[in-house]
Structure formats: C-alpha cells, structure tokens
Design a binder for this molecule. Sequence first.
Ligand code: NAP
Length: 348
Amino acid sequence: MKIAIYGASGYQGKLVLAEAVRRGLSVVLAGRDAVRLRHAADAAGLSSPDIRVAPVDDHDALVAAFGAADAVVNCVGPFTPTGAAVVRAAIAAGRHYVDTAGEQPYVKSIFDTFGAQAQAAGVTVVPAANDACVPADLIAALLAERLGALEEITSVHLIAGGGAPSRGSLRSVIESIDIIAAGGLGYHDGDWRTGLPARTTSIFTPRSAEAVPVAKFPLSEVVTIPRHVRVRHVEGLAEAALVARLSVPIDPSIIAGLPEGPDEQARTTQRFTYLIDAVALDGRRARGVVEGPDTYGITAVIAVESARRLITDPAKPGVLAPAEAYDPTAFLDSLLPHDVRWTIEEET
Ligand SMILES: NC(=O)c1ccc[n+]([C@@H]2O[C@H](COP(=O)([O-])OP(=O)(O)OC[C@H]3O[C@@H](n4cnc5c(N)ncnc54)[C@H](OP(=O)(O)O)[C@@H]3O)[C@@H](O)[C@H]2O)c1
C-alpha cells in the first residue's frame, strides 16, 4: 500500500510521513520543493525515497504524482487558496483523497463543488481528516443512533497546553479571520448560516467544577454532521479565551519568524477535550467525550488511518463525512492505542 503525502515537507506533513513510515506503508513525498522534500525523507530515515515535485498550479504534475500511489493525504495549508486544485488532481488521477484541513468554508466548498465529479470517477474524498472533525463527526453518528432525530448538536473544542500553534495553523487562521470573527457557519433548519447568536455561551466539562465560557467558532464538523444526521441545529464552539486570541489578526511577517510548530516535548504536554452534546426531539440528552494528547500527532494518526481505510475497505464514491466513510466505533477504537479515549453517556 502506497500513500502520496502532498506537503510532506511541512510541519504536519512530516508527522504524517513519520506515522506512515512507522506503520510500514510505502510513500510518495510530493510538494513544491525538492530540497525540502529530500530533507523530510532523510529525517524519516528513507534511503531511496519516491520524491515528486508538483507545484499546486501544475495539474499534470499533481496527477502524475498522485497516480503513483493508492491514495492522497493533502497537508498543504492554507487550504482555502490551494486545496481545490489538489482535490481536482486526485480525482483526475482516480485516487482517494483525505486532507488535514481545519478551514470550515474550504471544507464546505469541497462538498459543494466535487461531489458529482468524485462519484463519476469512483473516488472517495474525505476533507478535514484531522484530530477534531473525525472523532466529533463519528461520535455525532453514534449519538444519533441512540437518540434518533435530534433537535441540536453542540460540538465544543477545549485544548490545554502544547505550546504555540504551528506556522501553518496560524496562516490558516489568517485565511479564516473573517469567518472566525463572524463565529463561523452554524447549521439551522436545513441550511448553513453565519451571524446568528450563540445558542450556548458556557459549558460544564468532565473536569471543571465551574462552567467554562465558550464562543462560536468555525468547526468543520458543523459542515459534516448534517450530511448524515437528522438534526435541526448544529453549532461549533471553542473556549472563549482561545476564540478571542485567534480573532486578532497576526502579521504574516511575525509568523515567518516563529518556530515551524511545537517541539516534541511541548506536544507531550497537550491535552484536548472535545464534547459533543446532543438533544433529541423528545428532549432526551446524551454527551460524547473525546480526550487525548497532541493534536498534531493525533491528526497524523487519523489522516493516515483515514487514507488506509479508504484503500483497504472502500467507501462509496463522492465527498463524504467521516461517518459516511468509516465505521464509527471501529475507527474510534483504533485510536485507543494512541491514548485517545471516547465515551458516550445518556443523561438520565
Ligand atoms: N484540527 C485541525 O484543524 C488541523 C490539525 C492539524 C493541521 N491542520 C492544518 O494543516 C495545515 C498544514 O499545517 P502545517 O503546520 O504543516 O503548515 P506548514 O508547516 O506551513 O506546511 C505547509 C506545507 O504546504 C506546502 N505549501 C504551502 N503552500 C504551497 C503551495 N502554494 N504549493 C505547494 N505547496 C505548498 C509547504 O511547502 P514548502 O515546505 O515547500 O514550503 C509545506 O509543505 C494547516 O492548514 C493547518 O491548519 C489543521
């Protein structure tokens, strides 16, 4: 089995590469810069790496690079200006595609643009195969299985420790600054809209004695969940203090001077908690909780696992939400050895 890692020279790309090598998968290292790709291959301990130079605006080179593998993991961000060209090339090459995007409007645009093309080509596309969207989307499917049709789902991201975000994450924040300021898209009665007030402004977490202030945030699962769950409202939230920090534009020249991302030591200090609260139409409530370490490391695990499953256990073609492509329980359980714990509890 061979996966093409587009952007294998980036911070997240190198973690995806390390995870693929750890699993004994063959890889194509694709990107725009041969020297940086070679450094990434050396760091991963590859003696005769398959390196393909393919700038994002060279469709034929992208198609050739992707055609050399069984599936594509795209780690090139920001995704808003570049991702569509990469999806188009993966479809043209006839190769399944996942990416590590967290830019909510980009994720929605991939669903809106490529569904029919992917279906016609027999290709499965799963955007936002990252630490947060995949578990939250899978948990939402399990909540709906228990509760039936839902009044609302609220997904909340809480992240502690771990040092500063990667340069790539900060560049994606700049790309998304308008939608962050607007609170992101929320799903309401059949459509995605911005600008509505938050339905929830504070939340009790498994470990907090007091309610934690939260604010609307453009989470990708707000786009994916309504594709497979019968639900009236889906809202994405994050800790209010984090949302306030990310709403202030950062000068790109400052980002260029930062380290490329948190080092291994900083990553070990990070813990994420994702809460997915569901309310049924009849008022019953249940909460899914996903907790784990190291958002970038777990994104690498999830992106590689997502691509691997599309190759070995093909899903239907098209642009799919995680729960449409993977068995939710099996996928979530595959994360247990990586210290990712998940629970679902119904309120009595
Ligand atoms: N939960 C989440 O939402 C989540 C989690 C993890 C990662 N992410 C996303 O993953 C993305 C990658 O982050 P990162 O930290 O790895 O960024 P990074 O270190 O800046 O790496 C970006 C990669 O993209 C390549 N690249 C950039 N522009 C390109 C272009 N125009 N054509 C071809 N290649 C291009 C770079 O190539 P060079 O090496 O040649 O410069 C590099 O390989 C970000 O968008 C981040 O938000 C999201």
